[in-house]
Design a protein around this ligand. Structure first.
Ligand SMILES: C[S@@+](CC[C@H](N)C(=O)[O-])C[C@H]1O[C@@H](n2cnc3c(N)ncnc32)[C@H](O)[C@@H]1O
Length: 245
């Protein structure tokens, strides 16, 4: 397990529980709704990076897994994708994605559904583009996710990543492409590579951005100091991966 990711994830989860209210946030020159019970605005750097880096051109059908506020789903629809499906296990996220599709004039192209991974979509439906900004913080397999907000951050035993990659591969059209929003600094890269290999997928970096922070900027935990590099800074990446058949 990744101690840096675990520490950052636990602190972010506690912050999300404390500041859980309905609000708006600005991202990519647009205003977005975020209902209570959904995480979004404070983590919008990665959301914006991933959603604005996906290849929407020529895509006829797109699925955003774990849509949260639905930023990628709405952006895809605005870029001209005619059939967009936005799924989330969190009902408040699904409602938020619907509201944002309405707010940005693409409700006719975006269908938002409550779903545990692919459970709500028919087995034979395939997509040209599948994307998940995943909850890449690994926690022990017996760790109970005790609120809808916890699903934003944590994957017990990485079993959701394993299931997602296995099932997503089957749901791609022949030319379909599969992307995962990830962080090697915070996620479990080895487990992800194993899960991809088991699903018959190669892991390639599509887009990566990194920043460095002094440990005390991140928090008071000694874990931040332990993860500082030779330059005395902690290096964090946000990486959009393509999983290639
Ligand atoms: C890191 S958040 C990404 C949210 C949003 N797409 C974004 O980019 O800001 C992960 C999302 O996956 C959802 N999620 C976690 N487990 C899921 C599952 N088994 N099925 C569907 N959605 C899930 C969470 O509720 C959360 O909205």
């Amino acid at each position: 397990m990744n101690r840096l990711g675990l520490t950052m994830g636990e602190e972010a989860y506690e912050h999300a529980l404390r500041s859980d209210d309905t609000r708006e946030f600005e991202l990519l020159d647009r205003t977005w709704t975020q209902l209570s019970g959904v995480v979004g605005g404070e983590y919008n750097y990665a959301t914006g990076l991933f959603a604005s880096s996906l290849p929407y051109d020529g895509v006829h059908s797109m699925l955003e897994m774990g849509c949260g506020c639905g930023v990628a789903a709405v952006l895809g629809a605005l870029a001209g994708v005619p059939r967009v499906t936005a799924l989330d296990i969190n009902p408040a996220a699904v409602r938020t994605a619907q509201l944002n599709a309405e707010r940005h004039g693409v409700a006719d192209r975006v269908t938002a559904l409550v779903s545990d991974l692919f459970s709500a979509v028919p087995e034979d439906t395939a997509y040209d583009l599948i994307f998940w900004n995943s909850p890449f913080i690994q926690v022990p397999a017996d760790h109970a996710l005790d609120s809808d907000l916890a699903y934003h951050f944590f994957d017990p035993g990485y079993t959701m990543h394993e299931r997602f990659l296995r099932e997503a591969r089957r749901r791609l059209t022949p030319a379909g492409r599969l992307f995962l929003g990830f962080s090697f600094a915070m996620g479990s890269g080895d487990r992800l590579h194993d899960a991809a290999a088991a699903a018959g997928l190669d892991v390639r970096i599509h887009v990566q951005e990194s920043f460095a922070a002094a440990p005390e900027e991140l928090g008071t935990s000694p874990v931040y100091r332990e993860h500082a590099g030779d330059d005395a800074r902690v290096h964090i990446d946000f990486t959009l991966l393509e999983l290639v058949r």
